[in-house]
Ligand binder design. Structure first.
Ligand SMILES: Nc1ncnc2c1ncn2[C@@H]1O[C@H](COP(=O)(O)OP(=O)(O)O)[C@@H](O)[C@H]1O
Ligand SMILES: [Mg+2]
Length: 249
């Protein structure tokens, strides 16, 4: 059974079909990239999977359980965490405080029985482990607003990891980064992915990043899946080649 399965998933905005009958099956431990030009429906697909938006049609199953239409906090409690395309941080709080707040987002689930000091210790340990994985321990006490752009994007990943997800959704984690920052972020993400059996769906427009991180690629075009397969198979797909490779966003 796949960890995540979408069947006939659609989301309309008025007359616009942003996500159009998408079938998607993500196996445990897989790193899947979702690519496609601006407006293809990638962020909307994430919003529907994570409960930010209800689908117009179709079903979503997580570990075999139907999660279609559940609100965000219930989806988080099931073990799905995400980052956003644009940074969502509390700039006046330290990196560690940002990650700790994110860790508490799942508190009603995993840490429900802990109170007061025990909860503080549990979320603190989760926060420190996540900061370490993203190589942010040295800047844990720095206000998030003062971090480099690259570290801010990594901090967002740390915030998602602190929720100890089973499925992690990353929306353009290298958007806006310089070439050097992108390279650094990809190396840190690769190490993090190599260290455990996390399942990841990654939206990314930088094809180099996609080919370095993904096991499989799904290509979206106007809300529809037009190709699905290994990076080599997708690279060799002439329709994808003419439409996207090189010309992405
Ligand atoms: N909340 C919304 N209301 C209306 N239209 C939206 C909304 N969110 C996205 N769209 C539209 O849906 C389409 C897909 O957008 P999006 O999912 O952001 O694409 P991508 O992330 O692939 O660039 C676009 O045409 C966009 O304008
Ligand atoms: Mg997007």
């Amino acid at each position: 059974m796949p960890l995540l399965e979408c069947r006939g998933l659609s989301r309309r905005f008025g007359g616009l079909v942003a996500v159009d009958a998408v079938d998607l099956a993500i196996e445990r431990g897989e790193v899947r990239a979702v690519i496609g030009p601006n407006g293809a429906g990638k962020s909307t697909l994430f919003n529907v999977i994570t409960g930010v938006l209800p689908p117009s049609d179709g079903e979503i199953y997580f570990a075999g359980e139907r999660i279609t239409g559940l609100p965000v906090h219930r989806v988080i409690q099931k073990g799905v965490a995400r980052t956003f395309q644009l940074t969502h941080l509390f700039p006046a709080l330290s990196a560690r405080e940002n990650v700790r707040i994110a860790a508490q987002a799942r508190h009603a689930g995993r840490w429900r029985l802990l109170a007061g000091g025990a909860l503080f210790a549990a979320t603190g340990a989760a926060a420190d482990a996540a900061l370490e994985l993203m190589r942010l321990s040295d800047v844990a006490d720095v206000n998030a607003g003062l971090l480099s752009h690259g570290n801010q994007r990594l901090l967002e990943v740390a915030m998602a990891l602190a929720q100890r997800p089973r499925l992690l959704l990353l929306d353009e984690p290298t958007q806006g980064l310089s070439v050097e920052e992108t390279d650094q972020a990809v190396r840190i993400l690769r190490d993090m992915l190599g260290s455990g059996g996390l399942t990841v769906i990654l939206v990314e427009h930088d094809m180099e990043v996609v080919f370095r991180l993904a096991d499989k690629i799904t290509v979206l075009h106007r809300g529809r899946v037009i190709a699905d397969g290994t990076p080599d198979a997708v690279k060799a797909n002439t329709e994808v080649q003419s439409a996207y490779l090189g010309g992405l966003e």
